[in-house]
Design a protein around this ligand. Structure first.
Ligand SMILES: [Zn+2]
Length: 259
């Protein structure tokens, strides 16, 4: 039932973001919205099935074992519960920053993550569009995060909720007041920040790797907010025609030319 409320709440947030995208768009879109959003929702459905049938059966039971046997870093201390949850969310968020860097740097992982990046526009539907292969290959890393940090099932749910809301928000095509966004970007990843990460220029794309808290980019000096959104071409160079981003093409993309 808890899961049901989490999904319902995320859908309500998504609906709110879609309304705001229509009222205050940040970037002009290149492709037909209906076609893109339908494609992204199909990719998202395959991703949801993968999360349900491959990720959850590994990560959830592991989180219960962590709790029962007090495994992992945070379970070695008796921290007040709110502090333990906060520390776990921060550590999960930081290790996800590292994973995101790896998905760009390691060619095998980039094959899968590139499917997320070849979207020719960026909006809340892009937040849902991760290739099922990317979700599957991230399971061992996710399991290691849970085990080493010491994340129990309840804490895992809090982190998943935080991450879902954050990625919906920073992928959205919403024009926030510039000064408010500048201030917010000290704490959270914002739409302009993530728009720069989705640029087809490597010098711009290789920045803003954070997925929740923006501090990791500040600490690693990978933060950028100095590229006007109207100058950004969203996508990946050489994979930027409508032919190259059709649904069957992007689903097969990670497996192409594998030798
Ligand atoms: Zn990326």
């Amino acid at each position: 039932m808890k899961n049901f409320f989490r999904v319902a709440f995320s859908l309500a947030v998504l609906a709110g973001l879609v309304l705001l995208e229509r009222k205050r768009p940040l970037r002009r879109e290149r492709e037909s919205k209906l076609r893109r959003n339908s494609r992204n929702l199909i990719v998202a459905s395959l991703g949801a099935l993968t999360a349900h049938f491959i990720e959850s059966p590994v990560v959830r039971p592991l989180a219960h074992i962590v709790e029962r046997k007090r495994l992992g870093l945070l379970k070695q201390f008796t921290l007040p519960r709110p502090l333990e949850i906060f520390a776990a969310v921060v550590l999960m968020d930081y290790t996800l920053y590292l994973w995101h860097v790896l998905t760009h740097r390691i060619p095998f992982l980039w094959r899968f993550h590139a499917v997320h990046h070849v979207d020719l526009d960026l909006d809340a539907s892009t937040a849902l569009r991760f290739h099922f292969g990317e979700l599957a290959v991230s399971v061992p890393y996710r399991a290691a995060q849970v085990l080493l940090i010491g994340v129990d099932a309840e804490t895992l749910s809090y982190w998943q909720m935080f991450l879902s809301l954050s990625i919906l928000f920073h992928h959205s095509n919403i024009r926030l007041p510039r000064r408010a966004e500048s201030a917010l970007s000290w704490f959270l990843v914002t739409p302009r920040m993530h728009g720069i990460h989705h640029s087809n220029e490597p010098a711009e794309a290789n920045t803003n790797w954070s997925s929740g808290l923006a501090c990791w980019d500040r600490i690693h000096q990978t933060f950028r907010l100095d590229v006007p959104q109207e100058q950004i071409c969203i996508g990946v160079k050489d994979i930027d025609t409508e032919e190259r981003v059709r649904l069957p093409v992007i689903l097969a993309q990670p497996f192409r030319d594998l030798s």
